[in-house]
Unconditional design. Structure first.
Length: 279
């Protein structure tokens, strides 16, 4: 059985462990690997955000910069221009908390002011030394995700000797840094970072070993949705990628994930509810 936690956010609390929480992805970018800019226009993004809630998500994760393999970093100003208006509008019309997917402290600070309650940092504070202070001051929830390398070299890392051990050690260090910065333990979620700086077989090894990370004493988020390691296992077509994603969602929940981060919310809600019942 999963441990139960209470995730404390500035204006709400989320019970984790009894039921799998679904985090719906909302990319407000023109170059996402998944939705190809479908929600780049603000009105389209706002409509999709409302739909994500209606489909059964427990939280929305909004990102203004793609981190897919081959993507280029955008300016801080451009990231804000894309994400902040959407966060501000959705914060007033949805009842579920909003997370901002960013590694930049100024973007995170402005997003919290606009109505976000969580930060999802793919670098676990490695890319911006000011991020822990912003999280502590705003009392935001934070997802500390494991990755390797710089923003430019995230997806060109060499192989790891022992991926499970290395990911665990890096997450322990990230949590210790967060706690030293004054971030409450009740506000921290950890993510082993499937696909970020990991070869396909390394991602599979990490996914199969989630219980190792569960023992760290923090709720566990897993994001496998449409990631490239699935393409190495199954056929190269959208339908196969979605079914492959479904299999990894079920595996993640059965291995201890508290939150699954997904593009297809309606599908994930059914998968989570049925898997929870079986467990």
């Amino acid at each position: 059985m999963r441990e139960r936690y209470k995730l404390c956010l500035p204006r709400t609390q989320i019970e984790l462990g009894r039921q799998t929480a679904v985090m719906g992805i909302l990319n407000v970018t023109p170059d996402s690997f998944s939705d190809g800019g479908r929600y780049f226009a603000h009105e389209n993004a706002i409509a999709r955000g409302k739909e994500i809630e209606q489909e059964g998500a427990d939280m929305i994760d909004i990102g203004g910069e793609s981190s897919r393999p081959g993507s280029q970093a955008v300016s801080e100003e451009e990231e804000m221009r894309r994400a902040l208006p959407v966060i501000e509008r959705l914060a007033g019309i949805v009842n579920i908390p909003i997370s901002v997917d960013t590694y930049r402290a100024p973007v995170a600070k402005r997003a919290m002011e606009a109505g976000a309650q969580m930060l999802n940092d793919i670098s676990a504070f490695r890319f911006d030394d000011n991020m822990p202070r912003v999280v502590a001051e705003t009392r935001a929830g934070v997802v500390l995700m494991h990755s390797r390398g710089s923003r430019e070299t995230l997806h060109t890392q060499g192989r790891m000797t022992d991926p499970v051990r290395e990911v665990r050690e890096d997450l322990v260090a990230a949590v210790e840094g967060a706690r030293k910065a004054g971030i409450l333990s009740e506000s921290i979620v950890i993510d082993p970072g499937i696909g970020f700086g990991k070869a396909a077989d390394e991602s599979v090894a990490v996914l199969k070993s989630l219980q190792v990370f569960s023992k760290l004493g923090y709720p566990l988020l897993v994001g496998t949705s449409r990631k490239s390691f699935i393409r190495r296992i199954t056929a190269e077509n959208p339908e196969a990628l979605d079914w492959g994603t479904a299999a990894t969602i079920v595996a993640a929940i059965m291995n201890g994930a508290h939150i699954v981060r997904v593009h297809e919310v309606r599908q994930a809600r059914v998968l989570a509810d049925v898997t929870d019942r079986l467990l």
